[in-house]
Design a protein around this ligand. Structure first.
Ligand code: 5AD
Ligand code: FES
Length: 347
C-alpha cells in the first residue's frame, strides 16, 4: 500500500515530512519491501560485503552528564579506567591480526586525552599499519583539536547528534550541553575533510514519530558518510533508568529508510541492536546495514564501558566475537571482509 513511497526513495526522489511520517506510522505493511529494496541498493554500491571496525574503548571518564548514558560524570557506581597509548596500540595489534583494517578510538569526553596523547596513538597505529583507517569517537572538541588529530592521520569521526530536535535535545541533556555546539562540531569535522558519522538513539525518552520523520530530513541535509543508530536502552544508574528500551523492529525499519535515502552511507548494525534482540544485527544487515563494530578493548575493562545495561560481548575476546559474527553474517548472504571499507564517493 505504501510501496510507492519506497519506490520513490529508491529512485532518489526526496520524500516530504508527511511521507516519512506515513511510512513510519504504517511500517508494519512495508517493512519487508523496504528491507528488500534497501538490500538491493546496498549490494549495488558495496556488494554483499560487511565491513568490520575494531572498537577500542579507551576511557570511561566523561565530563558530561547525559541523562541516558551509563558513563555520565554523575554515576558514582562505576570504576573508571583509561588505556595508555601503548595499550591502545596493543589493541590495534590484536585487531590487525584478526583482519581489522579500521580502528575506532572511542571514549567519554576526557581531558586526560590531550591532542598530544591522541596524536601519538593515531600516529602509532597509522605508521605501523599503512593499510588501516583510524576513526575517532571522542565527542565535542575544538576546531583546532579536530584539525591536529586529522593531521596526525585520523580519517573519520563519529559524533552522533542524538536528536535533531533542539527541544528534545534539552530533555536528554543537562543545560550546560548545547545542541548548536554539537552541530557546529559536525560542520567543523566536515570542513576538515573527515568522513563523518552522525546518528541518534531510537526510542529515546520523549522521542515522537514526528521527530523520527524529521531525523530522516535532517540526515538528507547533512549527507553524512556514516550513520549510527541503535535503540535506547536504560541504564540502572541514570535518570532514565525507568524508561523503556527502543525496539529492534523500529530500528531495523529506519535502517532500511536510511539506506534508501543515502544509498552510499556506511551503516552499522550496532551492538545496542544486538542487545535488544538476539538476532538484531543480522536483521539490520538484512535491512541494508553493512558495518559491524565488535569490541577490541581488553576484556578486563569491558564491563566498565557500560553505556546501557545488558550490553552483549563484554566477556568475549575479540577473536571469539569474530567467529560469532562470521557465523551470524553467513546467515544473511553477506560476508565479512578484510578491508578499510571507505565511503564510496559518487562520481
Ligand atoms: N542506550 C543506547 N545507546 C546509548 N548511547 C549512550 N547511552 C545509551 C543508552 N543508554 C549511545 C549514544 C552515544 C553512543 C556512543 O552510544 O548515542 O552517542
Ligand atoms: Fe561477540 Fe557474538 S559478536 S560473542
Amino acid at each position: 500500500m505504501y510501496k510507492h513511497l519506497i519506490d520513490k526513495l529508491e529512485k532518489e526522489e526526496k520524500l516530504s515530512f508527511e511521507e516519512y511520517l506515513t511510512l513510519i506510522k504504517n511500517r508494519e505493511s512495508v517493512r519487508e519491501y523496504a528491507a528488500e529494496r534497501a538490500r538491493e541498493v546496498r549490494n549495488r554500491i558495496y556488494g554483499n560485503q560487511v565491513f568490520i571496525r575494531g572498537l577500542i574503548e579507551l576511557s570511561n571518564y566523561c565530563k558530561n552528564n547525559c541523562y541516558y548514558c551509563g558513563i555520565r560524570a554523575g554515576n558514582t557506581q562505576l570504576e573508571r579506567y583509561r588505556l595508555t597509548v601503548d595499550e591502545i596500540i596493543k589493541c590495534a595489534d590484536e585487531g590487525y591480526s584478526l583482519g581489522f583494517r579500521t580502528f575506532v578510538l572511542q571514549g567519554g569526553e576526557d581531558s586526560y586525552y590531550t591532542d598530544e596523547k591522541l596524536c601519538a596513538a593515531i600516529k602509532g597505529i597509522k605508521e605501523k599499519y599503512h593499510d588501516c583507517a583510524v576513526t575517532l569517537s571522542l565527542g565535542e572538541r575544538s576546531f583546532d583539536s579536530y584539525k591536529a588529530l586529522k593531521e596526525a592521520g585520523a580519517d573519520r569521526y563519529l559524533l552522533r547528534h542524538e536528536t535533531c530536535n533542539k527541544e528534545h535535545y534539552k530533555k536528554l541533556h543537562p543545560e550546560n550541553m548545547s545542541f548548536d555546539n554539537r552541530i557546529k562540531c559536525v560542520e567543523n569535522l566536515k570542513e576538515l575533510g573527515y568522513q563523518v558519522g552522525v546518528g541518534f538513539m531510537v526510542g529515546s525518552p520523549y522521542q515522537t514519530d514526528e521527530d523520527l520523520a524529521n531525523e530522516m530530513l535532517f540526515l538528507k541535509r547533512i549527507n553524512p558518510q556514516m550513520v549510527g543508530i541503535g535503540p535506547f536502552i536504560p541504564h540502572k544508574d541514570t535518570p532514565f533508568k525507568d524508561y523503556q528500551s527502543g525496539t529492534a523492529e523500529l530500528t531495523v525499519f529506519l535502517l532500511s529508510l536510511i539506506r534508501l535515502s543515502l544509498p552510499r552511507v556506511l551503516l552499522p548494525a550496532t551492538t545496542a541492536l544486538g542487545t535488544v534482540d538476539f538476532s538484531g544485527r543480522e536483521k539490520g544487515i538484512n535491512a541494508g546495514a553493512n558495518v559491524l563494530m565488535p569490541n577490541l578493548s581488553p576484556v578486563s575493562v569491558r564491563e566498565k564501558y557500560m553505556l546501557y545495561n545488558n550490553k552483549i560481548c563484554t566477556g568475549e575476546e575479540a577473536a571469539q566475537c569474530i567467529g560469532c559474527l562470521s557465523r551470524r553474517v553467513e546467515s544473511t548472504l553477506c560476508k565479512i571482509v578484510t578491508d578499510r571499507g571507505d565511503y564510496k564517493y559518487g562520481i
